[in-house]
Write a protein that binds this ligand. Structure first.
Ligand code: HEM
Ligand SMILES: [Cu+2]
Length: 537
C-alpha cells in the first residue's frame, strides 16, 4: 500500500475542475493566499484613489459620496478579505505540515470555507456595480448610519451579506486549523512541542471561533433590520456586538504574523526560538484578554465602564511585551544571516511597536476623547495593520515561498520591495499623527486649507504611490523569479527547524512519507544536533 493510500487520501486528478475542487489543504491554502492578495490589490487601488483625492484641499477626483464608498470598502476589503483570511490561509497551508499531519481536519469543510470567503468577497464588491454604488457606512457598518432609511443603497445590502458569508467561511477555516493542531499531531508532538507559528495559529483560531460567529449573527440581525424595517438593537448594543468581534479580529490579524516572524528570526539567527514557554503562555493569555477589551472602541459613547476597559486594554502590554522580548532575544543571541524575509520581520517589529505604543495612548479614555475620529487613529491602526501585519505577512511570504512553490523569489528585488515599503509607508502614515493632533478628522473627502495641511497631505500621497511601486516590484519579482524558477531543496533556507522543512518543496499530496521524530518545538534542529553528536537540548 502506498503512503498516499495509507493516509486515506485520493490521488489528485488533472484539469481545472480538479484544481477548483481540490480538498488538499495546501491547494486550499494557496488559492486562499492568491485570492486574498487579489483583494489586497483592489483595496490598494481604492487607497490610491483616496490619497489622490486628499492630495489637495477641495474636491478634484471623486465626490464625497464616492469617497465614503471608497474608505468604507477599502477598510472592509483590507480587513474582511485580505488580512484576516490571508493569516488563516497561512495556517491552512502550514499548520498540518508543522504538526506532522498528512491532511487537515475536515478537508471538505476547508474547501467550503474557501468558496464562502470568495463568494462573500465578490458579493461585497459587487456593490460597485449597482447604481447607487458600494457600501458607505464605514468598515464597521456603524449604526444608525447602516440602517435602511439612512443608507438605502443595494450596495449596503451586498456588504451586509458579503461580510456574513465571508466571515462564516473564515470561521470554518479556523475550526479546521484548530482541530488539526489539537487532534492531528504526530504522536510524539506534545503540546509543548508545537512550533511557535502553530501555537500562534491555535490562539488565533480560538479567538475566531469565539468572536466571529457573533459578527455573523450581527450581520443577520442587520439584514433583518434593513429588510423588514424593524429595530432589534439600539446603536450602543450594535457597537457592543460589533466590537466583541472587532477587537479580537485585530489580533487575528496580528498573531499569525508574530508566529511567522518568530520562525523567520529563529531560522535566520540560527538558534532555537528564545523563551518558548513564556511565549506560549503569553499568547494564550493575550487571546483570552483580547475578549475583554472591546469597550475601548466606545469610550466616546459615554455608555461603557471606562475604567474597566482602560485597565484590561492597558494590561495587553504584558503579553505583548513578553512576545517582543522573545523576538528580540532570538535575534540578540543569534548569528544573523540577512535576507528579505528577515528585513520584513524587522520592519514588522519596529513599526508595530509604534502602532502598539500609540495603542496604549488611545486606550486612555481621556486622551481618546481628544483623538477619537482624528487622523491619529488612522495613523495608529495603519501602523499596526500595515507597518505590522502586512510587513510580517511579507516576511512569511519570502520565507515560505520556496516551500510552497518549489522555487525562490529574488532576494535583490525582495530587498528593494522592502525599502520602498519602509520609505513609502512611513512617509504616508507618520505625518498623520501630526495632522490628527492638529485636528484633521478622518473619513472626510475634503479638508480646510489650514497652514501646512496641504503640503503634508501631498507628501503622504506621494508616499502612497511609493508603496504601490513597492508592490509592483514584488509582482515583477514574482514574474521574473517564476521564469528563472531557481529550484529549492526541502530545507530551503538550510537551517529549518520545524517539520515543514523536512518535506519536499513543494510538499507531496500526503505531506510526509515518514514524519521525523519530534523531541521539542524545533525537531529538525534536534536531529541536526544529534547528527553532530551534541545533546539535543
Ligand atoms: C496601501 C497602503 C494604504 C493606504 C495608502 C491607505 C490609506 C487609507 C486612507 C486614505 C483611509 C481613509 C482615512 C479616512 O478618510 O478616514 C484608510 C482607511 C482605512 N484603512 Fe487603509 N490604507 C492602506 C493600507 C491598509 C491596510 C493594509 C489595511 C488593513 C489591513 C488598511 C485598513 C484600513 C481601515 C480599516 C480603514 C478605515 C476605514 C473606515 O474608516 O471605515 N489600510 N486607509
Ligand atoms: Cu480594540
Amino acid at each position: 500500500m502506498s503512503a498516499t493510500a495509507a493516509a486515506g487520501v485520493r490521488a489528485p486528478a488533472g484539469g481545472l475542475l480538479a484544481l477548483l475542487a481540490s480538498t488538499d489543504h495546501k491547494s486550499v491554502g494557496r488559492r486562499l493566499i492568491g485570492v486574498s492578495v487579489a483583494f489586497f490589490l483592489a483595496g490598494g487601488v481604492m487607497a490610491l484613489l483616496m490619497r489622490t483625492e486628499l492630495a489637495q484641499p477641495g474636491l478634484q477626483v471623486v465626490s464625497t459620496d464616492v469617497y465614503n464608498q471608497l474608505f468604507s470598502m477599502h477598510g472592509s476589503v483590507m480587513i474582511y478579505l485580505f488580512m484576516t483570511p490571508i493569516g488563516l490561509a497561512l495556517g491552512v497551508y502550514l499548520v498540518p505540515l508543522q504538526v506532522g499531519a498528512r491532511e487537515i481536519a475536515g478537508p471538505r469543510w476547508a474547501l467550503g470555507g474557501l468558496w464562502l470567503d470568495v463568494m462573500g468577497g465578490l458579493i461585497m464588491l459587487s456593490g460597485f456595480l449597482t447604481v447607487d454604488g458600494a457600501a458607505s457606512a464605514t468598515w464597521i457598518g456603524v449604526d444608525p448610519l447602516s440602517r435602511a432609511p439612512n443608507t438605502p443603497s443595494m450596495g449596503m445590502d451586498m456588504w451586509v451579506l458579503g461580510v456574513a458569508v465571508a466571515t462564516l467561511g473564515q470561521t470554518i477555516f479556523a475550526a479546521c486549523v484548530l482541530v488539526t493542531a489539537l487532534r492531528r499531531r504526530t504522536p510524539d508532538m506534545t503540546l509543548l512541542r508545537i512550533p511557535v507559528f502553530a501555537w500562534t495559529m491555535i490562539a488565533t483560531c480560538l479567538m475566531v471561533v469565539f468572536a466571529f460567529p457573533v459578527l455573523v449573527g450581527t450581520m443577520v440581525m442587520l439584514w433583518i433590520e434593513r429588510q423588514f424595517g424593524v429595530q432589534i438593537a439600539d446603536p450602543v448594543t450594535y457597537q457592543h456586538l460589533f466590537w466583541f468581534y472587532g477587537h479580537p479580529v485585530v489580533y487575528v490579524m496580528f498573531f499569525p504574523f508574530v508566529g511567522a516572524v518568530g520562525e523567520v528570526f529563529a531560522n535566520f539567527a540560527a538558534r532555537r526560538f528564545f523563551g518558548y514557554r513564556f511565549f506560549v503562555v503569553s499568547i494564550l493569555a493575550f487571546a483570552g484578554l483580547s475578549m475583554t477589551v472591546w469597550g475601548h472602541h466606545m469610550f466616546t459613547s459615554g455608555q461603557v465602564e471606562d475604567k474597566y476597559f482602560a485597565l484590561t486594554s492597558t494590561m495587553l502590554v504584558l503579553p505583548a511585551g513578553i512576545e517582543y522580548f522573545d523576538l528580540i532575544g532570538t535575534l540578540w543571541t543569534g548569528r544573523i544571516r540577512w535576507s528579505a524575509a528577515l528585513l520584513f520581520g524587522l520592519g514588522f517589529l519596529l513599526q508595530f511597536l509604534i502602532g502598539g505604543v500609540t495603542g496604549i495612548w488611545v486606550a486612555a479614555p481621556t486622551i481618546d476623547q481628544h483623538d477619537n475620529n482624528s487622523y491619529i487613529v488612522v495613523a495608529h491602526f495603519h501602523y499596526t495593520l500595515f507597518g505590522g501585519s502586512a510587513f510580517g505577512l511579507f516576511a512569511a511570504v519570502y520565507y515560505w515561498w520556496p516551500k510552497i512553490t518549489g522555487w525562490y523569489l529574488g532576494e535583490r528585488l525582495g530587498r528593494l520591495h522592502f525599502w520602498l515599503w519602509v520609505i513609502g509607508f512611513n512617509v504616508t502614515f507618520l505625518p498623520m499623527f501630526w495632522l490628527g493632533f492638529d485636528g484633521m478628522t478622518r473619513r472626510i473627502a475634503d479638508y480646510p486649507p489650514h497652514p501646512g495641511w496641504a503640503t503634508v497631505n501631498l507628501v503622504e500621497t506621494v508616499g502612497a504611490f511609493v508603496i504601490a511601486l513597492g508592490m509592483a516590484v514584488f509582482l515583477l519579482n514574482l514574474a521574473l523569479s517564476s521564469l528563472r524558477a531557481r529550484a529549492a531543496p526541502a530545507d530551503a533556507w538550510a537551517g529549518g527547524q520545524t517539520l515543514e522543512w523536512a518535506s519536499d518543496s513543494p510538499p507531496p499530496r500526503h505531506n510526509f512519507d515518514v514524519v521525523p521524530p519530534v523531541r521539542s518545538y524545533a525537531p529538525l534542529w534536534d536531529l541536526r544536533a544529534a547528527a553532530q553528536g551534541a545533546a539535543p537540548e
